[in-house]
Design a protein. Structure first.
Length: 331
């Protein structure tokens, strides 16, 4: 498809080479009676290649991935798979429902601009002495937004992206600083603000950040209701884990208290109040059954003796712990 390739005429390697091959394969498929199933298979393979590229490199340049994303975005629009997309199908990702409709760009980005302003103010309040942070704070995303507006862009997500990207970059720097072993209080403040930005400031706007080790976070626009529901579910699960942990702690405490309460009984008194028995030996182990039942069977005596020994051990531990009312062990 003429003009669809985003790699230019220079030789390409790696992901760029895969993109050029995909461009050729898609053109061949569409020229063959508009063979869309084959074209879709090419798209799926290219997406897999892009994912492998990202996963196999800790500091992978994002430019090749953006080219792949733009290529796929345009194809999806051409094939009619994105009902909100409008020619010439430029941009990245699915078009939002508001794309192409009459809207006031400044009004559309107002919530995002407000979040950027608030986050910038809160970052400054941390008193961070860092050149990268200062550089980000000194550069406003407004010029980029104004350029998009001037170019006629009306997709609210694309208009908001400069502000979202600026907030995400600030948060990436907060995470970097927190990983550099600052004083505990500073680290706590950095992580708290980082989490708030991800879980509340951006989530409430329908923006999801996927954190990556040693790489910038990935920005995704997702329906806010879905993100908020996921956040609430996560909070509910965390609260349930806390409840279960506290319940287990209390159960353990009750079992411990019950254990020492039972350990207070001297072994010699363990069976004395049992109405099933009439006589006991010197240790307090039953020897005769009540109501003329005769001697306690040897097998039962053996079991009772083991119970007596366990009680003696527990009672001795209780005494060693300073048990109140220490008296004879009953032996």
């Amino acid at each position: 498809m003429d003009g669809l390739s985003l790699t230019g005429d220079s030789p390409a390697e790696g992901l760029a080479s895969e993109l050029e091959q995909a461009d050729r394969d898609v053109e061949k498929a569409l020229l063959n009676s508009f063979d869309t199933p084959t074209a879709m298979q090419v798209i799926l393979k290219l997406v897999r290649d892009a994912n492998i590229y990202m996963n196999d490199r800790s500091n992978a340049p994002l430019a090749p991935v953006e080219k792949v994303a733009a290529f796929v975005t345009r194809l999806v629009g051409i094939l009619g798979l994105d009902r909100h997309a409008q020619p010439p199908y430029k941009g990245l990702g699915w078009a939002s429902a508001g794309a192409g409709t009459a809207l006031d760009p400044k009004q559309a980005v107002e919530p995002y601009a407000a979040v950027f302003a608030r986050v910038s103010q809160d970052v400054r309040a941390l008193g961070v002495d860092d050149a990268a942070v200062e550089s980000l704070l000194s550069h406003s995303p407004q010029p980029e937004f104004l350029a998009l507006e001037e170019a006629g862009e009306r997709d609210p997500e694309k208009l908001a992206l400069p502000y979202v990207r600026a907030v995400s970059q600030l948060r990436d720097e907060l995470r970097r600083l927190a990983s550099a072993a600052p004083p505990p209080e500073s680290k706590k403040a950095l992580l708290a603000l980082s989490d708030r930005i991800r879980d509340y400031d951006l989530t409430d706007l329908g923006v999801q950040l996927d954190d990556q080790a040693d790489r910038p976070s990935l920005v995704k626009f997702v329906p806010a209701a879905r993100l908020v529901a996921a956040r609430e579910e996560k909070a509910a699960l965390a609260a349930e884990r806390v409840r279960q942990k506290e319940e287990a702690r209390l159960a353990k405490a009750r079992a411990e208290a019950d254990k020492w309460e039972k350990a207070k009984v001297p072994p010699g008194e363990l069976f004395r109040g049992d109405a099933r028995y009439a006589e006991w030996d010197a240790d307090g182990v039953p020897t005769r059954l009540a109501d003329g039942g005769g001697e306690v069977p040897k097998s039962q005596v053996k079991k009772l003796r083991k119970d007596w020994e366990r009680q003696k051990k527990a009672h001795d531990e209780w005494l060693a712990r300073g048990g109140a009312g220490a008296g004879p062990s009953g032996s």
